[in-house]
Design a protein around this ligand. Structure first.
Ligand SMILES: [Zn+2]
Ligand SMILES: [Zn+2]
Length: 335
């Protein structure tokens, strides 16, 4: 696919926190109106990395659905900073540097709060181009990304491609803006105007899933287990924030015998697991472990301890425990 560089002055330079999600927005407008908003020097602090739509009117661009890039990967677009506790993001992910942790993608929806004439509807062609863009991004292959025309902040290519290749393909990592902003963005990308459906997440996940073939499959450019699997790490194993396996304050030393969802092995020196804390709560963080320190990888028991229902229950229990502790502390201080 071809990605057309448009550019926007609206971004924050640099990449202070790793990518963990692709975030899908509705334009409440057209590719042309989005170009105007993102390229103007007005005070509106809004931009995304990419926009998918048609009819931009730019010389050399197709009239059919295509992709614009406004902000380089490795810089922070101003698309997702308005996280809110009412969004699901708040329960799983750090709320600092949200625009560094995400790639934001706008979708042409023909605008309008007013119903009629297909207002708010993202066309099939735009969805197809968007899925193609997601597929390209999630493969995390630098040569491919460059060949498509995607631009990077110089020096961030290695980190960005590694992080893209580690984004799990599930409903917590391929998300819409509402997931982050909750009540602040009730319709981005939820049912609105003439659109009764909103972001077709299940469709994206199904389309992006690799076709089953061999026991270990290649998804996001590295081998992952065919069936949900767990890895066991021995006492004191370090999980590293990056594949460089270097000391970092973001590294974690895990307690004995911990099982964790096993995501795959991008290289012979390290493997990737998803970090689950002591309460059994998914932290939504891909962590890197030395390959030699993972003692076993086996199919997850059925029912898996990492099923969404169990994770949600564990998360609720942990949140309740925090609340009780806070209430006790408040009572102790006579608050
Ligand atoms: Zn949005
Ligand atoms: Zn265009």
């Amino acid at each position: 696919m071809t990605v057309y560089w448009v550019g926007s002055p609206k971004f924050t330079a640099g990449h202070p926190a790793p990518l963990i999600a692709l975030v899908h927005h509705r334009m409440v407008g057209t590719l042309r109106s989005t170009d105007a908003t993102f390229t103007s020097t007005d005070g509106r602090e809004a931009s995304t990395h990419f926009g998918v739509g048609y009819g931009c009117g730019r010389a050399g661009h197709p009239t059919t659905a295509h992709v614009h890039q406004y902000v380089r990967l490795g810089d922070q677009a101003w698309g997702n900073g308005n996280w809110d506790p009412s969004g699901a993001w708040n329960d799983r992910y750090p709320t600092s540097y949200v625009n560094s942790r995400t790639i934001s993608i706008e979708h042409h929806d023909n605008g309008g709060r007013t119903r009629g004439n297909g207002k708010g509807v993202v066309s099939e062609a735009v969805i197809a181009a968007s899925i193609e863009l997601d597929r390209l991004l999630l493969r995390g292959n630098l040569a491919e990304l460059r060949a498509a025309g995607i631009r990077f902040r110089a020096g961030t290519e290695t980190a960005i491609t590694r992080e893209l290749g580690s984004i799990p393909l599930d409903r917590h990592h391929v998300i819409d803006h509402h997931y982050i902003a909750g009540r602040l963005k009730p319709s981005c990308w939820r049912p609105w105007a003439d659109d009764p459906t909103g972001f077709p997440q299940a469709r994206y996940l199904a389309a992006l899933a690799p076709a089953p073939s061999t026991p270990e499959e290649t998804v996001n450019s590295y081998p992952v287990p065919k069936v949900p699997s767990v890895a066991t790490v021995p006492a004191g194993t370090w999980l590293y924030a990056t594949s460089a396996l270097q000391p970092s304050p973001d590294n974690l030393q895990v307690d004995p015998g911990r099982d964790m969802p096993y995501l795959g092995q991008p290289s012979s020196t390290y493997r990737v697991v998803e970090y689950v804390d002591e309460a059994g709560v998914h932290q939504g963080r891909a962590m890197f472990a030395k390959a030699s320190e993972i003692t076993s990888v086996r199919p997850a028991p059925d029912p898996t301890p990492f099923s969404q229902a169990r994770l949600d229950a564990a998360q609720k229990a942990a949140a309740a425990a925090v609340k009780v502790a806070a209430e006790r502390a408040a009572a102790a201080y006579g608050a």
